[in-house]
Design a protein. Sequence first.
Length: 403
Amino acid sequence: MTEAYIYDAIRSPRGKGRKDGALHEVTAMRLSAQILNALKDRNGLEGHAVEDVIWGNVTQVMEQGGCLARTAVLASDLDQAIPGLSINRFCASGLEAVNIAANQTRGGAGQAYIAGGVEMMGRVAMGADGAAIAVDPSVAMNTYFVPQGISADIIATEYGFSRDDCDMLAVASQQRAKAAWDDGRFKNSIIAIKDQNGLPILDHDEYMRPSTDMQSLGGLNPAFQAMGEVMPGFDAVALMKYPHLEKINHVHHAGNSSGIVDGAAALLIGTKEFGEANGLKPRARIKHTAKIGTDPTIMLTGPVPVTEKVLAETGMAISDIDLFEVNEAFSSVVLRFMQAFDVDHDKVNVNGGSIAMGHPLGATGAMIVGTLLDEMERSDKETGLATLCVASGMGAATVLERV
């Protein structure tokens, strides 16, 4: 089978996903087009250089609807012969775009792809699509649906993570993100975003709160307690599914959960022959990809079984993996991953994560692949794994190997 290599990985800074955020004036189409143009220019892509643009995007309505991938291609400087495909695997959409591109390449369906994603959460609100999993009682009742924040609190309750455990991971995320920015670790991947007049409007992750400490987090009220406990609350639904739990411990809040932000990211993926023909040097090989479905109520445990699937399918041991990027949707998601595999925090999200920098849903998966690749090169590591939990109970993962 043909091997698939990563030749480049770039992303926008993450802007606060609200009206006063630096990227609020930029549409998802325009942000995507800027990222596509940057990838084209950095790698000298001319003509029908890639087979397709595969673009993750979760809330595919209004200005993010209508096959945004193709619209972004037409709004960019890419050749109009390049098509576009919009995909949605919720929070793993950006990673799934990468995985589909890699597997298409490995299967011989084209020499190269651009894969990534976008989400402008400050312009198109999460949930604006009215997803059936949440609003159609014929499925929501049968799956014991609860909002993700409740699911995160179920994980903390089931696996014994305290409020302090979750807050300490959040503080570490902020400290690591600040250290990474201070050390210039993102400088080769970040593309400064410009307004319609060509003036720079954001060149750094805007959401970060580096002064965060245990004391400041301690003053925050649990964000999901009211929706859980006020009758008829979601805690009652969860306890019907998990009767062995006495109650749900509500430990998550804005400070130890991922931030609502705007952002986009893209990777250039291709064969060895594509690189040789275009004078490009591969940075890593995509060794393996995987996805899995999981319990839809607790919902966010997917990184554990999908990693188990990766290990079984590759014959690897967890100790064979040098670095991990586990999306920080909520603190308990990362804590559960480390607990399940007895992985030291020194190997996980070493440059911070979505708690510190934010989680632009459709883009995050592609972003963490780029972050993982940059860190593998910086710290001279050979193998890395990127994984995300996914709404409605799924998991996705990608294994990289340096070349």
